[in-house]
Write a protein that binds this ligand. Structure first.
Ligand code: SAH
Ligand code: SF4
Length: 387
């Protein structure tokens, strides 16, 4: 690796998102003992306590200093919505009043079967057993999204602002705090609102915080980053985390014209360059990439499209998740009929491609991960269009 290609992580934007070594530097400046660094980090990430007043084993002097320096929760839960199968959606409010959503999906729920079919290739029977209490959390990485995909509510609303690493990780802390009984967090997927690789520095820091052994301690392999295909950042992710973070690529079409129509990002990073980046992503042994393919009626659902996709993926260690498009208010695109979806899946399977159907049932929450809409904002867009 050349020196130029090594990325230098930027500084933390707030105290909440500091890693232990950064706490050590700050505490040194404050003439406080070094061991306090881990103490504070563990309060935040192991116990979910972000209010210095509640860090009872710290001296009052230090608690006051932390509060003065601005250590405080960057987000709160504005609303919780429970579904019958155990899936839970949280509306998260950030300090400036902007809102994002996160969804907690228990393994074994209908939504989880849809989302994670074919995952966990290298899991042992033991880890599968503990995973039955496991919950996967789908989190947002931006308020809105700049990528403008034709079928996506977040894309239509546009990018409102980036999220900081502290805000991104807060979703996990707030989500974990809602778990009951023996439920525990088994995985985090960046498939909520936003394009995680368009907010790379915050994403990378969030990954470091979530995976830090003195924090949430989740292994990198339990984290999935879903991207519309930002080539340089796919390479950065590969380099920074040695391919340990699970990559999901939203392909949606294997021919240039259709992909550009559905996803403007294809003009910047054409299919050939994206596929090259995907092929060089260092997928660990016994793991595979995920290719996401949202089926849109009359656009990318033909037999020819399926054959083309199979040819494109030939030789790639990947599974395909087919997602019949969820309806989006104000958008005329729709999912194909059931028979077309099944034929598409069958063609891929006949060509030897492992393919799973994420049958969103259109109910409020199972449909949510992957299209956590800016509900209020989307309405505003439509109103202003009418003016
Ligand atoms: N921006 C990233 C991650 C968030 S979107 C990405 O695009 O990959 C997560 C997944 O939900 C993507 O595969 C996206 O294409 C899909 N998605 C978005 N809107 C959808 C809709 N209306 N119906 C079905 N899938 C949708
Ligand atoms: Fe952004 Fe992903 Fe939606 Fe495309 S599908 S607009 S990249 S959130």
């Amino acid at each position: 690796m050349s020196l130029q290609s090594r990325s230098v992580p930027p500084q933390a934007q707030s105290l909440v998102e500091q890693l232990p070594e950064e706490w050590e530097l700050l505490l040194h400046e404050w003439s406080e003992p070094r061991y306090r660094a881990l103490q504070i980090f563990r309060w935040i990430y192991q116990r979910g306590v972000l209010n210095p007043e509640q860090m009872t084993d710290l001296p009052k002097r230090l608690r006051d200093k932390l509060a003065e320096a601005g250590l405080a929760p960057p987000a709160t839960v504005a609303k919780t919505q429970d579904s019958a199968d155990g899936t839970k959606k949280l509306l998260i409010e950030l300090a400036d009043g902007k809102q994002v959503e996160t969804v907690l999906i228990p393994r074994g729920s209908v939504a989880a079967e849809d989302l994670f079919a074919g995952d966990g290739d290298d899991e042992t029977a033991e880890s599968r057993a503990t995973d039955s209490q496991g919950v996967t959390q789908c989190i947002s990485s931006q308020v809105g999204c700049a990528m403008g995909c034709a079928f996506c509510a977040s894309g239509i609303a546009g990018l409102k602002r980036q999220m900081s690493a502290g805000e991104i990780v807060s979703q996990v802390l707030l989500g974990r705090a809602t778990l009951e009984g023996s439920a525990r967090l088994a995985g985090v997927v960046f498939m909520g609102m936003g394009e995680p690789l368009h907010n790379y520095d915050a994403l990378a820091r969030a990954i470091r915080l979530i995976s830090h052994p003195d924090g949430l301690g989740m292994s990198l392999r339990r984290l999935t980053v879903s991207t519309s295909g930002l080539v340089p950042e796919i390479d950065r992710l590969a380099r920074d985390f040695s391919g340990q973070v699970q990559l999901a690529v939203s392909l949606h079409a294997a021919d240039t014209d259709t992909r550009t129509r559905l996803m403007p990002v294809n003009k910047k990073y054409p299919l050939s360059e994206l596929l090259a980046a995907v092929r060089r992503y260092p997928v660990p042994r016994r793991r595979r990439l995920t290719i996401e393919y949202t089926l849109v009626r009359g656009l990318n659902d033909t037999e020819l499209a399926a054959k083309n996709l199979a040819r494109t993926l030939h030789g790639l260690r990947a599974k395909v998740n087919l997602i019949p498009m969820n309806p989006v208010a104000g958008v005329s695109l729709a999912a194909p009929d059931e028979a077309t979806v099944e034929r598409f899946q069958q063609i891929l399977r006949d060509e030897g491609i492992d393919t799973f159907l994420r049958r969103r049932r259109g109910d409020d929450i199972a449909a949510a991960c992957g299209q956590l809409a800016l509900h209020g904002e989307a309405r505003k867009v439509r109103t202003s269009e009418r003016v």
